[in-house]
Write a protein that binds this ligand. Structure first.
Ligand code: NAG
Ligand code: NAG
Length: 241
């Protein structure tokens, strides 16, 4: 008889527990698959399918940032000596991911195609061995992106113009690469910190960046605020006159 009273309570309890844990049950297997394309994963040895990656907001697996509902908010795989391939397609299936850091590892080759993870808010790739040109459209459509850190790699070529189309961009770190050409017209009001130091950049600093610290432009061939004014081109007609 008593069970008749308890049963509805039990049902409510189960429903509540379910609504709290909204993480996709396939996500742990996706993370393990992602790990298989990395090399030197000694630091990730506690990634184990018998234990959930997150116990509510507490990470069980190394490198996880967890949401209160137990889903994975981000991966912070820093200072681990990792190399190999960053399997963006598999990460893109984990729909709760908002931030990815692979800083200070040994990743090489071209920038991963992180545009496939549209909701990303933070991309941290500094202090690796990434190289090559970055496609101009690499950040197209990433309208939630606030932080882009690509410093201390071997990127070269133009700074991707799609950075100018990130409405929420707050922090941009591109220092210590081999970027060339002019800085694109970054005008975002939220852009509090931008660093371009030690690249091969030339020409005028865009007006939207004139309030940045001068040291953020050191080691280039740049001019205008916050550095000294660009030299006016000599007007030949006037010279002759
Ligand atoms: C980078 O990672 C290595 C381990 O791979 C560590 O020894 C070193 O201290 C880290 N550097 C920084 C600046 O955190
Ligand atoms: C990763 O490890 C495999 C097998 O050990 C090796 O063939 C490959 O070159 C390594 N890749 C990198 C980027 O270190």
């Amino acid at each position: 008889m008593a069970a008749c009273y308890w049963l509805p309570l039990l049902v409510i309890h189960v429903l509540l527990a379910r609504s709290l844990v909204s993480s996709d049950p396939q996500d742990p297997a996706r993370l393990i698959k992602f790990k298989t394309s990395l090399n030197n994963t000694f630091e990730l040895s506690n990634w184990d399918l018998n234990i959930p990656p997150c116990a509510y907001e507490s990470p069980n697996w190394k490198g996880m940032i967890c949401n209160r509902d137990g889903s994975v908010l981000g991966l912070v795989l820093e200072n681990m000596g990792l190399s190999g391939m960053i399997d963006v397609d598999t990460l893109a299936e984990i729909t709760s991911i908002r931030t990815l850091s692979f800083m200070n590892n040994s990743f090489e080759g071209s920038i991963p195609d992180l545009r496939k993870i549209v909701p990303l808010r933070g991309i941290f790739l500094s202090f690796n061995k990434f190289s090559g040109e970055i496609g101009s459209d690499v950040f197209i459509g990433m309208s939630y992106l606030r932080t882009v850190e690509l410093a201390n790699n071997n990127f070269r070529g133009k700074i991707p113009i799609s950075l100018t189309q990130l409405p929420l961009l707050t922090k941009l770190k591109l220092q210590n690469n081999q970027f060339e050409g002019e800085i694109p017209d970054l005008e975002q009001k939220n852009l509090l910190e931008a660093n371009f130091a030690n690249n091969g950049l030339v020409g005028p600093i865009p007006k939207g960046l004139s309030n940045q610290d001068p040291s953020s432009f050191a080691g280039n061939n740049l001019c205008d605020k916050p550095l000294s004014p660009c030299k006016k081109k000599v007007n030949k007609k006037n010279d002759v006159a």
